[in-house]
Write a protein that binds this ligand. Structure first.
Ligand SMILES: [Zn+2]
Length: 68
């Protein structure tokens, strides 16, 4: 999902092509909401487009499963 631009993480809005603003990274385990908690990913990054007000949640880094 990241578009590398030579200076770290950059992502363009899918809708208006504006560069989205990074908001925060969260550990899905620490968010008391099942949608995140039950995720198979351990990190969720929040991005926001200031131009068209689109909100992005990028799930990454798969949780390690010990074969349940
Ligand atoms: Zn946008």
């Amino acid at each position: 999902m990241y578009i590398k631009n030579g200076k770290g993480k950059h992502m363009k809005c899918f809708y208006c092509d504006n560069e989205v603003r990074w908001n925060n990274d969260f550990d899905t385990e620490e968010i008391p909401e099942e949608t995140y908690n039950a995720s198979e990913y351990s990190i969720v990054s929040m991005y926001q487009c200031d131009k068209c007000d689109t909100w992005y949640e990028v799930f990454h880094t798969k949780k390690e499963t010990n074969g349940d």
